[in-house]
Design a binder for this molecule. Structure first.
Ligand code: KG4
Ligand code: ZN
Length: 370
């Protein structure tokens, strides 16, 4: 007998994106019915980073509308109305089995907005709530594999790729996690100061490039390959350190890199494109070296990437190349780019594996560990 369809609503408000998604899972079939992300990037850009109280207010404002959009897109809501009260009148009964929400880690005031909204709809529709760890969600986004046909999503609930080492790199985290099986994680290393994404963002601010820094820096860095920078010598006149690259542990440190950029900028006479290229390459070198070292030391089958920085084209490309050239017999998994950055489909996906667990009252935990 085929297992029943399970529909999970996911909510993520851990940082500056308000995201709600609906996914449907049955045996090996997986479908994202809707995955809506309302980005606050433009609002925070003038601060060069996320402003928590502003983000909190925006989540509160956006959640009912994003929720409604998801229901509409999934075909569960066809009438008008945008306030929570109007919505609740219109979607009775709601065809959802579980409501999943990020409980942490993240910005505490932001997390609470998602949790309170999830509790409200869970109570209204009498649906069970599942708290989700945001880091685990970034890792499990790898189960949502985009096949060659752009819109087809494949799903492998029992990955043959384990044990694995996961590198979660985002604006708030840089962690190496050993995964024996889904739900069984061990944090083996992490950043001692800034996260890799935070480093991209801070460097972009120093260079006056805007926010978020990762996508802007990577776009500029790509120009180094262009003709105007083909003269060797002049090209790499900016040389930055590779912090903690050769230490024996699995930890990282990126605040010194940001400081090195600051000093070099103060010296003057540098090119922004070269600087972007060198910063990105420094981050990539350290991330790849430490991750491969961990994978070898722990004898795993796969390297798994997740988090916003994993959307970086060069990081993805150089990981592939390194694994290939070193003839390391390791699988390499990375989610589609839109599932690397924050989204609620990954939250709903992670909840699938925790749906049988007993849940006490859900509280926001800014420092929740995996
Ligand atoms: O996972 P995420 O969306 O949010 C957090 O949980 O933090 O990651 C956001 C971070 C930002 O620091 C952003 O600059 C970085 O991911 N990022 C990138 C790229 N796209 C986003 N960094 C490098 N290259 C990219 N293409
Ligand atoms: Zn994230």
């Amino acid at each position: 007998m085929a297992a029943k369809n399970i529909t999970i609503l996911g909510i993520d408000t851990s940082c500056d994106d308000t995201s709600v998604a609906l996914v449907k899972i049955q045996d090996t079939k997986y479908k994202i019915l809707s995955n809506v992300i309302s980005s606050q990037v433009k609002l925070h850009a003038k601060y060069g980073g996320v402003f928590p109280s502003l983000a909190k207010r925006e989540h509160q404002k956006n959640l009912p509308a994003v929720f409604k959009e998801v229901l509409e897109e999934a075909g569960l809501l066809t009438l008008g109305g945008s306030t929570s009260r109007e919505i609740s009148r219109e979607v009775e009964p709601l065809k959802i089995d579980f409501i999943a929400v990020t409980a942490g880690p993240g910005l505490e005031p932001c997390l609470w907005q998602g949790i309170n909204f999830a509790k409200e709809i869970a109570k209204k529709y009498k649906k069970p709530l599942i708290p989700v760890n945001h880091i685990e969600a970034h890792i499990l986004a790898n189960l949502i594999v985009r096949s060659r046909t752009p819109l087809k999503i494949e799903w492998s609930p029992t990955p043959h790729n384990l044990p694995a080492v996961a590198l979660v790199v985002s604006g708030g985290h840089t962690q190496l996690i050993l995964i024996r099986k889904i739900g069984q994680y061990k944090l083996i290393g992490e950043t001692r100061d800034d996260a890799a994404g935070e480093c991209f963002d801070k460097v972009a601010r120093i260079l006056g490039l805007g926010y978020p820094g990762g996508p802007i820096i990577s776009q500029l860095a790509a120009k180094v390959a262009g003709e105007q920078f083909s003269r060797e010598g002049e090209l790499f006149s900016v040389k930055l350190p590779r912090p903690m690259m050769y230490t024996k542990d699995y930890d990282f440190s990126f605040s010194g890199l940001k400081t090195a950029v600051l000093y070099r900028v103060k010296q003057g006479n540098y090119d922004k494109i070269e600087m972007c290229h060198e910063v990105q390459q420094s981050i990539i070198d350290v991330l790849i070296h430490k991750t491969i070292k961990a994978a070898k030391d722990f004898g795993v089958k796969s390297i798994i990437l997740g988090g916003g920085v994993a959307a970086n084209e060069e990081l993805r490309r150089q990981f592939y190349l390194n694994l290939k050239s070193k003839i390391l017999n390791l699988n390499f998994l990375v989610p589609p780019k839109n599932l690397c950055t924050d989204n609620a489909a990954m939250v709903a996906t992670a909840a699938f594996f925790h749906r049988a667990e007993k849940v006490k009252d859900i509280k926001a935990d800014a420092n929740l560990r995996i």
